[in-house]
Design a protein around this ligand. Structure first.
Ligand SMILES: NC(=O)c1ccc[n+]([C@@H]2O[C@H](COP(=O)([O-])OP(=O)(O)OC[C@H]3O[C@@H](n4cnc5c(N)ncnc54)[C@H](O)[C@@H]3O)[C@@H](O)[C@H]2O)c1
Length: 322
């Protein structure tokens, strides 16, 4: 009996003292307040994420390494909110207050007091990791970090930070103000507090969440981007031209956009990165990126954002290029 009591005490003692603890528990046992949001990357996605955070009444600091991109971001958000007012989705007051909640900042150190930082820079693992290395030493210890990656391992990205347990994937859809879904991806080390914080943030932004396991490209892009890649093969092999392929899928499969039009909208660089992650991560030749997609990216024809992709956007209406 005495032996059993000693063992139980030892076990309880071990549980109390050696249970893995997170920075969240160490630094703040009270409910985490989420009011200050940092958004890194003011491209298509970062701009949209800042937009919905501003409208939700959060204090948003937006940053980008490209000063021109950052300067344009507020103008784009202003225009997009204006369209929402015109459609009766938000009021003029929402527009004014939402925009006032967003400020642009010059360096990652300016995000030091953020409660939650969302990284939405280019789909490049090295670029993302470089940012975390610079961000983490100045970011307050209890802050959460989310990546908006479309495909890269959340576990791998988390391991480059000083807080893998407070790191998560929050995969917003494009365009962020319109699309309802956010995919949530936990890395292997992500703790429940982080998941709850991420889910409640997404819900505060009016989004519906779904959970995906940390596999290459998660759910949405595992299905969507290989379909786009196949559309590029269809073009490459001459099965149809750009217009035929997009019309076929719009009218024949009832897709709201044709796959090549959608690829231009997403960004061909992003589509190629997702295919490369699938090809490398699943080691299956069915994910081989189409050589034509590679060539377009090499040419800098990235779609709408550069003015040319499978369509030419220099005129009033997009013109198919093949
Ligand atoms: N485009 C989509 O449809 C879509 C959808 C969901 C998720 N995503 C993901 O969101 C992320 C961003 O995609 P996007 O479409 O907005 O790309 P984008 O090319 O429009 O914007 C990326 C931005 O990151 C900035 N940037 C690059 N390096 C930086 C650095 N070191 N510091 C600060 N800013 C830096 C660039 O200047 C650019 O403005 C990617 O991970 C992408 O996979 C994209």
């Amino acid at each position: 009996m005495a032996w059993w009591l000693t063992c139980s005490r030892l076990f309880l003692n071990w549980k109390t003292h050696y249970r893995p603890r997170t920075k969240v528990e160490r630094s703040d046992k009270t409910r985490i307040m989420m009011e200050k949001i940092g958004v890194i990357g003011a491209g298509q996605m970062g701009t949209g994420i800042a937009h919905v955070c501003g409208l939700a009444g959060l204090d948003v600091a937006l940053i980008d390494s490209n000063p021109d991109q950052l300067a344009n971001a507020l103008e784009i958000i202003d225009g997009n909110m204006g369209r929402q007012v015109a459609r009766g989705r938000i009021t003029a007051d929402d527009h004014k207050n939402g925009l006032a909640n967003i400020r642009t900042v010059g360096g990652l150190a300016d995000l030091a007091d953020c409660d939650f930082v969302i990284e939405a820079v280019s789909e490049d693992q090295d670029v993302k990791i470089g940012i975390y290395k610079e961000l983490c030493p100045t970011l307050k210890p209890e802050a959460f970090i989310a990546t908006n990656t479309s495909s890269i391992s959340v576990t791998r990205l988390a391991s480059a930070t000083d807080r893998p347990e407070q790191f998560i994937g929050l995969h917003f859809m494009n365009p962020v103000p319109l699309m309802e879904l956010v995919e949530i991806i936990r890395g292997i080390a992500t703790v429940d507090e982080t998941y709850q914080a991420a889910k409640s943030l997404a819900e505060r932004l009016g989004k519906i969440t779904t959970n995906a396991e940390d596999f290459p490209a998660f759910i949405v892009n595992r299905l969507l981007v290989p379909m786009i890649n196949e559309a590029v093969y269809t073009l490459y092999e001459g099965v149809g031209n750009v217009e035929a392929i997009d019309t076929a899928m719009r009218l024949g499969a009832n897709h709201p956009m044709g796959p090549l039009e959608l690829a231009d909208f997403i960004g061909l660089d992003i589509c190629l990165s997702v295919m490369q992650v699938l090809f490398d991560g699943l080691a299956d030749s069915k994910y081989r990126p189409c050589p034509l997609l590679v060539k377009y990216v090499e040419a800098g024809w990235l779609g709408q954002k550069t003015g040319r992709g499978f369509y030419d956007y220099s005129g009033d209406t997009p013109v198919p290029t093949r």
